[in-house]
Write a protein that binds this ligand. Structure first.
Ligand code: AMP
Length: 207
């Protein structure tokens, strides 16, 4: 099954994508994770992407389309995958349709007000990548691996606002794009994580 997770930044796409992929035994393909890794490794793609990510803007379509095209050609994608954070523009969605067949698009919906709180309070473990929120973090270190909690540069307040603006202008049009294709499934992303997961699995017919 080939699935897209759509939704604004902070809606819980990554959190749910990990769980759905575990359940289905398919890879999660997060363009944000791939780009952050490229930045860390100072590859040419990473160096080109950094200034956009730091400002909360989208990396050029051609860069992410090439990344995804190459990734989907890997053997582990043969039985399906979850795309998390791609496509983010209609141009990317049209390009994707030329090299992939999508079975379902999960749109996780959360209001801007809640997203601002979630993103600016989000912390990521610098070692294992687990995510949490300042409202529930009790110690200085990750309870899973003991790593240090850090704030993603693009989760800082001013960048969060520009990411939301970019989402509404460039990514939200994908909701009607995929509704017209009969692929969109809406999920209320303010529900507890397990409730969301069960709804997603059931709408995918794998509960
Ligand atoms: P994410 O982790 O999905 O929130 O992505 C972090 C940042 O990476 C975004 O704010 C964009 O700058 C960049 N990015 C990730 N995916 C894409 C995409 N499909 N198109 C353009 N830029 C992207």
């Amino acid at each position: 099954m080939n699935v897209i997770f759509l939704g604004p930044p902070g809606a819980g796409k990554g959190t749910q994508a990990v769980r759905v992929c575990e359940r289905l035994g398919i890879p999660q393909i997060s363009t944000g994770d791939i780009l952050r890794k490229a930045i860390k490794n100072q590859t040419p793609t990473g160096l080109a992407a950094k200034s956009y990510i730091d400002k909360g803007e989208l990396v050029p379509d051609s860069v992410v389309i090439d990344i995804v095209k190459e990734r989907l050609a890997q053997p582990d994608c043969a039985n399906g995958y979850v795309l998390d954070g791609f496509p983010r523009t209609v141009f990317q969605a049209e390009a994707l349709a030329e090299f992939a067949t999508i079975d379902a698009v999960i749109d996780i919906e959360v209001s801007d007000e809640k997203l601002i709180d979630r993103l600016s309070g989000r912390r990521v473990c610098g070692t294992c990548g687990a995510t949490s929120h300042v409202s529930v973090i009790t110690g200085d270190t990750c309870d899973k691996c003991g790593g240090t909690w850090i704030q993603r540069d693009d989760d800082k307040a001013e960048t969060v606002l520009s990411r939301l603006k970019v989402y509404h202008a460039q990514t939200a049009p994908l909701i009607s794009f995929y509704t017209e294709k009969g692929l969109l499934r809406r999920i209320d992303g303010t529900q507890p994580v397990d409730v969301c997961l069960n709804e997603i699995l059931s709408t995918l017919g794998v509960a």
